[in-house]
Design a protein around this ligand. Structure first.
Ligand SMILES: [Zn+2]
Length: 152
């Protein structure tokens, strides 16, 4: 049974099931836990294979971040799908993972590849500690500016 946070739309939930069908891992949709975290600040999303969990940074809930939220969810979910399909010895952002992103019509060109799960969409060090008293949107745009990958 999919664990789905209230903050996320049912459309996005539908997308998740669609991607799992597309990637031939339909059971993943039922088993994955999706969470939104306020404590996750070092990356926009994380995938944890052992716990079959995807964690999304709460700033992605901003209405202006809807497209990015969808892409980050797809990115993280694809990590779990790639391991399910090919085993855990593959590279996190290797060809198996890229093929899934392409199938979902997203560019797979993450150049700042995380060396290991769970951290991905890792940000440049100088953006690690956002200034206090910034709005979540200001912080998010700053983080995005600091991510040297395709996500904009
Ligand atoms: Zn990743």
């Amino acid at each position: 049974m999919l664990s789905w946070p209230d903050e996320l739309t049912t459309e996005l939930r539908h997308d998740l099931f669609g991607w799992c069908e597309l990637w031939s891992v339909p059971t993943l949709a039922d088993e994955v836990t999706v969470a939104v975290s306020r404590r996750l600040t070092s990356s926009l999303g994380r995938a944890n294979y052992r716990h079959q969990r995807v964690t999304l940074q709460h700033t992605l809930l901003h209405p202006m971040a809807a497209a990015l939220l969808r892409e980050v969810l797809c990115h993280e979910l694809a990590h779990l799908a790639a391991y399910r399909l090919h085993g855990t010895k593959i590279r996190p952002h290797g060809r198996e993972w890229k093929a899934l992103l392409i199938a979902a019509q997203y560019p797979p060109n993450v150049t700042y590849a995380a060396e290991s799960l769970p951290a991905c969409f890792a940000v440049h060090k100088r953006f690690r500690r956002p200034p206090a008293r910034r709005s979540s949107w200001a912080r998010l745009t700053q983080w995005i500016a600091g991510i040297p990958c395709a996500v904009r």
